[in-house]
Every structure is written in structure tokens, then in C-alpha cells.
Write a protein that binds this ligand. Structure first.
Ligand SMILES: [Zn+2]
Length: 179
């Protein structure tokens, strides 16, 4: 099998039979649904790899398998301070292709791998995007938000002192109140 030039329309059976390995770095911005969930300037790449194989399923019958790995760092919106927070995503998943939806439903519970219905044209990029979307954290958050950090620069100090009342000013106003 020739290296496919359209990763949105793959002959997955031929891909598995030739045990093909594909990998690439695709700009995050090309994944439109993923980009729509981001909360800041999207940059960088999704680094991914896909390995096809013909291996037995649980019953010993030869089946079409795909091993997928992908990683990316995307800017999400911190749910505490609402500023962008970079979140590292990583997926590693086995897929087995089955003849139809009924087989997928019937065998899903007893399978560690995810089951996909075999079609003539398989969209590898859409599967990578689906998996990345599913790996997004429900509540993205900074480990420590900027507003809680000890200031390390004059600029940060200025931001933080505006947010909090100056303790010396509070003390001074208490003293004048007593007089
Ligand atoms: Zn935050």
C-alpha cells in the first residue's frame, strides 16, 4: 500500500493488512472543533502516530486493528481566573474495526479496545480529534492562578496590589479612626 495522501479518507483494511505506520505533526489550528474549545491563541502541533495491524479478536478471528497515539498542548480557559491555561493532552488507544453497529454494541462491554464500524473510507484525522476532545479536562484550572501567586515582577506586584487593599493603608485608617 502506498502512503495515503488523504488522511481524511483512508482505506483502513489495506492500512491494517500492510501494517502501515503513519505519523505526523498537524497544526492544532487545523482541528476546527478542538480549536473552538480553546480559550486563547492557538499555536503548536498535534503530534500523532497510527499503527495498523491484523490481529485476532477475543474469539481468535482475525480483525483489523489500529493503535493510535497523539499529544498536544492547548490553551483552555481557567475556570477559576478565566485566563488561558495551557493543558497537555495525551491519548493512547487501541481500536478494533467490526462489521456493523450491532456487533460494536454487542461486543463493546467485553472489549478493552474501542470498537469502530468498518467503512470504505475512514477519517483518521476526525478520530484523532474525537479522542483529543474526549481527553479535555472538564474543569481546566491553573495549579496556582496568577492572582494567588507571590508576585515575582513589578508588573505582577502592581496587578496584585490593586486587587487587595494595602494592609498598611488599612492600619493607618484604623489609627486615624481612633484619634
Ligand atoms: Zn487560573
Amino acid at each position: 500500500m502506498q502512503k495515503p495522501n488523504n488522511l481524511h479518507s483512508l482505506d483502513v483494511k489495506a492500512f491494517a493488512k500492510s501494517q502501515m505506520h503513519l505519523e505526523g505533526d498537524t497544526p492544532v489550528a487545523e482541528f476546527e472543533r478542538l480549536t473552538a474549545d480553546c480559550g486563547g491563541q492557538v499555536s503548536g502541533h498535534v503530534s500523532w502516530s497510527a499503527q495498523g495491524a491484523m490481529d485476532p479478536d477475543q474469539t481468535g478471528k482475525e480483525a483489523i486493528w489500529l493503535h493510535l497515539e497523539a499529544k498536544a498542548t492547548v490553551p483552555l480557559t481557567c475556570q477559576r481566573c478565566l485566563h488561558p491555561v495551557p493543558v497537555a493532552l495525551m491519548i493512547e488507544q487501541d481500536f478494533r474495526f467490526v462489521a456493523d453497529e450491532a456487533t460494536a454494541v454487542a461486543e463493546d462491554d467485553e472489549s478493552e479496545e474501542d470498537l469502530l464500524v468498518l467503512e470504505d473510507s475512514f477519517d483518521l484525522m476526525a478520530l484523532i480529534e474525537d479522542e483529543l476532545l474526549m481527553s479535555l479536562p472538564l474543569v481546566p484550572m491553573h495549579p496556582t492562578c496568577l492572582s494567588e501567586q507571590v508576585p515575582t515582577s513589578p508588573e505582577e506586584e502592581a496587578i496584585l496590589s490593586e486587587a487587595k487593599p494595602n494592609p498598611f493603608a488599612v492600619l493607618a485608617s484604623l489609627k486615624t479612626g481612633k484619634d
